[in-house]
Ligand binder design. Structure first.
Ligand code: FES
Length: 109
């Protein structure tokens, strides 16, 4: 059953936000990013030492708003595939969460 996570307006273009939702039956911290008209969702957990990515709640992007950044040690991740391309966990990736956009809202399965 789909769960509504947020409205597109809440996110904004090149915006990000954090939520808690059930994924595969377990309550998980999620992050959602809107970038170039597409929406991407990942589990909010850095593959380095498994801490949340956001030091300030809901702030997941670097200064240029073109990469996901871990606030703990500065790892940078591609927004579109979650792969770490800079920092202590290069080659590892964020765990994706399947999401869709309809009715002006972001939904996960
Ligand atoms: S916990 Fe994310 S880079 Fe170290």
């Amino acid at each position: 059953m789909s769960q509504r996570i947020c409205s597109l307006d809440e996110l904004g273009e090149h915006g990000s936000a954090g939520f808690t939702a059930k994924v595969n039956g377990e309550l998980q911290r999620l992050m959602v990013v809107c970038f170039d008209g597409e929406v991407f969702a990942y589990i909010n957990e850095c593959p380095h030492i498994h801490s949340p990515l956001d030091f300030n709640p809901g702030q997941f992007l670097n200064y240029d708003k073109n990469m996901i950044m871990c606030a703990t040690h500065g790892a940078l991740f591609n927004i579109d595939d979650g792969e770490c391309v800079h920092g202590p966990c290069v080659g590892k990736a964020l765990k994706p969460v399947q999401c869709t956009v309809h009715d002006e809202s972001v939904w996960i399965d």
